[in-house]
Design a protein around this ligand. Structure first.
Ligand code: IPE
Ligand code: IPE
Ligand code: MG
Length: 264
């Protein structure tokens, strides 16, 4: 992302800073609907295997679930939705699966861009998009600009994304600026560092959902999820629908968020 080009002089509007906001929010009843939901969409392969089908069929069905979930999130009044579609580690899967996933992604971008724009959904892609090659990079850029006016829901799709890689890239940029004399190392704080990440200017996720029964983060939004609530749902991603999202949001609303403080 272009975060690296942004000035580190503190003049730009500061992004959300969970640590500084935490004390005033601790103990407050959480809003019924999270501002930002992140979803680790897992279980496509197992869904296909259970039907005796090739994995690609699971990924195709997963794309349908993406459609349903975006619409459900917009209807629920969620402001931000970040979908983990392809991790930096997923490059190490067999070449035919990587090819299938890349092809599906491109097809999805092209077929959905009109509907997204019409529905007021603003799409952004985070992660190392360049690794997918020029055709995909073009499709991503076209989808981002065609949906740029959307205000109903901010949709991030994380592709070739890894939380550790993102943090290292930001650290590299810090080192560069310190070496160039444009940043004083002692003035670096969490808000400044956060603005060097691909989620610069976006609120941190309040709720992270993972489907398929696995209970791990798999390198998703490591920095941003410091105080997120986690909900693990025992449903394979291609079966995900509005009811599952509603249930996850209801579970979120029951949580007591403390941000390290004492409530009594
Ligand atoms: C999630 O489904 C999609 C991606 C990670 C690209 P998987 O492909 O991981 O499906 P399982 O976990 O093998 O069932
Ligand atoms: C995480 O799922 C990545 C995405 C959902 C895109 P994986 O299936 O790749 O994660 P692991 O291998 O189970 O940790
Ligand atoms: Mg998986």
């Amino acid at each position: 992302m272009s975060a690296a080009a942004k000035p580190l002089d503190g003049t730009e509007p500061s992004g959300p800073d969970a640590s500084s906001k935490a004390p005033s929010r601790a103990g407050e009843a959480p809003p019924a609907v999270p501002t930002h939901i992140g979803i680790i969409m897992d279980g496509n392969g197992r869904w296909a295997a259970a039907r005796g089908q090739p994995r690609v069929m699971g990924h195709r069905a997963g794309a349908e679930a993406v459609r349903r979930t975006i619409e459900a999130a917009a209807r629920a009044g969620v402001g931000w939705l970040t979908l983990f579609a392809f991790s930096s580690e997923n490059w190490h899967r067999p070449a035919d699966e990587v090819r299938d996933l890349t092809g599906l992604m491109r097809m999805y971008l092209r077929s959905e861009v009109g509907a997204l724009a019409k529905e007021g959904i603003r799409l952004r892609v985070i992660g190392e998009r360049e690794r997918f090659g020029p055709e995909t990079v073009r499709a991503i850029a076209a989808a981002e600009s065609a949906t740029a006016a959307g205000t109903r829901l901010n949709l991030n799709v994380a592709v070739s994304y890894g939380g550790r890689g993102e943090i290292v890239a930001a650290a590299r940029e810090v080192a560069r600026r310190v070496a160039a004399g444009t940043l004083d190392a002692n003035s670096l704080d969490e808000a400044t560092f956060g603005r060097l990440l691909s989620t610069s200017g976006m609120p941190d996720p309040d709720l992270i959902i993972r489907t398929s029964g696995e209970q791990r983060i798999s390198n998703f939004l490591l920095w941003q999820s410091a105080y997120a609530e986690f909900v693990f749902q025992d449903v394979l991603w291609p079966d995900y629908d509005q009811e599952h999202l509603t249930a996850a949001i209801a579970e979120f609303a029951r949580r007591e968020r403390r941000y390290g403080l004492r409530l009594a």
